[in-house]
Design a protein. Structure first.
Lengths: 201, 421, 173
């Protein structure tokens, strides 16, 4: 979306009247053109929809283990504050949430419950695997931990760390926002000037 | 008692306390009629963010008659994993059990292994350990008050508690490199000395907290809703708590002055002068006040420790247990051999078993270590306070309203990582 | 901790009051006192230590299990007793083998043993006779196997290094 900002003439009341006239269809000719140039934004519907979605993520209030403490710090602490990205409203009912932040180790007893929660969430929904334990079971290579949440859930963003710093989680949320907008940053492809390449196994 | 009209705005009604008002409206008449019990599942995923705890609650109307906790949803098999790691590698595993009081887990384990090795910890290391333990106690209580108040409804405390907890985590980052699970405690001492700015920042923190804790009290302690919700709810007599094995602030709130820092002091707690807050009645209000007072006492301990911090090594000089300092590796052959041996195989502990206990913010945290002579422990078991304290939940919640039940859980302060290990 | 002579005196008193075959030994190492008892008399010994002993141990802090695998009998159940009056701890240990892993429960004496005995059952398979609710507590209800035993495999996935990379299944298989 292209956003250009220009100084508008007139004070607030004048602008309000002009906007009213535009909506009623009373502006003609040059007035109409000037008003449209200055005050309207053109974009595709999907982009606008994605822009709205990414800036109003509702995380599901779901914490498993130590990463949950960092997640609560992200949501609750004034220093690392996720509400500047619009994601502060943690809904506890999965029907009302659209972002599942898996924070903590997923044990085999908990995995079916998380799957059920994920299925109860409505489309569109995203999953962030926060921490090493949710991404790949971290240090717990044993009988009781599911070796990575992506064994039973599709994961969009993996945030490494044990536990990841709040800044890291916010970076993960921002990456998810980019992905929602439709252009996920490929990161290393740009850095190594490898755009347009693909992996051959 | 006058009749309440629907809006309850008669002046006589306003002078009646809140609890009596709600009792007169709904409960008495329904209490006798309803004898059907409803069992609901307060499932593993619920807003009281104490982790994944599942409670099978049997309700009669809105009164809780029975609670059965079902746990195991974060069971990570840490104790089994520890059997496969060298002793110093066990420390990160054990730290992640009770994930809010990570230094205490590491401390219990290190004390147990040091007992098995008959290792003497230098005094500076002991005092540094005490400083970090008390800072962790404050951080844990701050998080408890943040989430506990969130459950009860005083949401401002969430922001304030997290804000001040960030200050403590900054201190941990200065000394240990990471905010959480810093692996700072090692067998024989601490992994590194504190950096130069640590002491000033800690003193500044103490000053800030001394100003902030009265602010928390002024927000909560004179709040009518908070007092009505916590006073008189969740009372369990002290004998029942002792029979259930409950320790920590829950027990002290019921009037039993048992604190391992005074009774069985480990590692330097002997040299400090502090009080143990003890409650009178044993209700949720006492538990809340005991923990807030404990935060103030911890500030005292940290101040005394900073004032009298002795010079000396920060880890034991026994090269068979602790890594030699890096600059020695260039000059001394034995240092190189010790370093190599410790990093690849680890130190061996002579066969034996021991149980060491420390006073964590939730109670007695004990660590049992069985050594079989090799470099890996044969059994590490952690007696977690939350696991045992959870057995007191049915007693606390019996015959209470569901809202008081949530208050009881908040004041019980369970940490599910420790419960499930 | 009681010192070595104190431990011997306790063992002697227990032998007198409960029975000679109850106490199978004492162990004192590094200021940690352990009283070995026979599996069938655990309840009587703990009842004696709590009520009738001259210096009673009123609190049970921890019940935990150990698998001493190469040694027989294989499983050890430790009862960590505490006396708040004297700030003293005593460890009572009993050993059971895998062919008859039954121990009488002490839930009636110390209600704190409820969850802890369930955990020992869950992790080791030692059944506590008389426990009101002997089920698994940490593992899922229908799990087979007792994880904390020494011969139970660690589980998990093999770690992919370069030397075993071709043989291990990839994530996209």
């Amino acid at each position: 979306m292209e956003v250009t900002r220009t100084k508008v003439e007139g004070d607030l009341r004048v602008r309000q009247l002009k906007a009213q006239q535009l909506l009623r269809g009373e502006l003609e000719g040059e007035d109409l053109e000037r008003q449209v140039e200055q005050r309207l934004l053109f974009t595709r519907f999907e982009e606008a929809q994605n822009w709205a979605r990414k800036n109003a993520l509702f995380p599901l209030g779901f914490g498993l283990a130590c990463c949950a403490i960092e997640m609560i710090t992200v949501i609750g602490s004034p220093r690392n504050d996720v509400s500047r990205f619009g994601a502060e409203v943690t809904r506890f009912s999965p029907r009302q949430a659209d972002l599942l932040i898996l924070s903590g180790r997923v044990s085999i007893k908990m995995a079916p419950i998380i799957r059920r929660l994920y299925e109860q969430m409505l489309e569109p929904k995203w999953v962030i695997a926060m921490g090493a334990c949710a991404s790949t079971a971290g240090m717990f290579n044993n009988y009781a931990v599911v070796q990575g949440a992506d064994k039973f859930l599709p994961v969009d963003v993996y945030v490494p760390g044990c536990p990841p710093r709040p800044e890291a989680l916010i970076y993960g949320i921002m990456k998810l926002q980019d992905e929602i907008m439709g252009d996920p940053a490929m990161g290393w492809r740009e850095r190594y000037r490898a755009e347009g390449t693909e992996e051959v196994a | 008692m006058t009749d309440l009209d629907r809006s309850g705005t008669t002046t006589e009604a306003l002078s009646v306390p809140y609890r009596e008002r709600e009792r007169s409206v709904t409960m008495e008449s329904m209490g006798e009629q309803h004898d059907e019990l409803l069992t609901i599942n307060i499932g593993p995923h619920h807003p009281a963010t104490h982790g994944v705890l599942r409670l099978l609650t049997t309700l009669e109307g809105e009164i809780v008659r029975d609670v059965k906790p079902i746990i195991g949803y974060v069971h990570t098999g840490i104790e089994k994993s520890c059997e496969d790691q060298q002793y110093w590698k066990v420390i990160p595993f054990v730290e992640r059990m009770d994930y809010l009081s990570y230094y205490f887990n590491a401390m219990a384990f290190c004390v147990a292994v040091e007992r098995l090795l008959d290792e003497e910890v230098p005094e500076r290391a002991q005092w540094l350990r005490v400083i970090h333990l008390e800072l962790n106690r404050i951080a844990s209580h701050l998080f408890w008050i943040a989430t506990g108040s969130l459950d009860i409804g005083a949401i401002t405390m969430l922001w304030w508690g997290c804000r001040d907890r960030d200050l403590v985590l900054d201190l941990f980052e200065m000394s240990g490199g990471q905010r959480f699970h810093t692996r700072y405690f090692q067998v024989g001492g601490v992994v590194e000395d504190i950096p130069p700015g640590f002491e000033e920042m800690t003193r500044a923190f103490i000053k800030t907290m001394r100003m902030r804790i009265p602010q928390y009290l002024s927000l909560l302690d004179r709040n009518e809703i908070w007092l009505q919700r916590t006073k008189g709810t969740g009372i369990v007599p002290a004998e029942d708590l002792l029979a259930l094995g409950v320790t920590g602030p829950l027990l002290r709130a019921a009037g039993v002055p048992w604190d391992l820092r005074k009774a069985d002091p480990e590692s330097g707690y002997r040299s400090f002068d502090f009080n143990i807050p003890v409650g009178a009645v044993g209700d949720n209000y006492d538990r809340f006040r005991v923990r807030v007072e404990e935060m103030l006492e911890s500030l005292k301990i940290i101040e005394q420790a900073l004032d009298g911090l002795p010079e000396g090594p920060y880890i034991t000089t026994n090269r068979k247990v602790a890594l030699p300092p890096r600059h020695e590796l260039a000059t001394s052959m034995e240092a190189l051999i010790h370093h190599f041996k410790l990093v690849t195989e680890g130190f061996r502990v002579p066969p034996g078993e021991t149980y060491a206990a420390v006073e964590s913010p939730r109670g007695e945290l004990g660590c049992y270590v069985l050594a079989d002579g090799s470099a890996k422990p044969a059994r590490v078991h952690v007696r977690d306070p939350s696991f045992v304290n959870l057995q007191a939940l049915p007693e606390m919640a019996r015959d209470h309203l569901l809202a008081d039940f949530i208050t009881c859980i908040a004041m019980l302060d369970p940490i599910l990582g420790g419960v499930d290990r | 901790m009681p010192d070595a002579t104190g431990l011997e005196l306790i063992a002697q008193r227990v032998r007198e009051k409960v029975g000679d075959e109850a106490v199978t030994g004492t162990l004192y190492q590094r200021r940690h006192a352990t009283l070995d008892v026979a599996a069938s008399s655990v309840h009587d010994v703990l009842a004696y230590l709590r009520d009738a002993e001259a210096e009673p141990w009123e609190h049970l802090m921890s019940v935990h299990g150990v698998d001493y695998l190469p040694e027989e009998p294989r499983f050890g159940i430790h009862y960590q007793l505490l006396s708040m009056e004297r700030a003293d701890r005593l460890n009572v240990r009993t050993r059971v083998g895998i062919d008859d892993p039954h121990v009488p429960t002490v839930v009636d004496l110390y209600p704190t043993a409820d969850f802890q005995e369930r955990e020992v059952f869950d992790m080791f398979g030692v059944v506590f006779d008389g426990h009101p609710d002997m089920r698994r507590i940490l593992m899922p209800e229908d799990y087979e196997g007792y994880p904390q035993r020494r011969d139970f495999p660690m589980g998990g996935e093999p770690v992919i290094y370069t030397f075993n990379e071709p043989q291990l299944p990839r994530w996209y298989d």
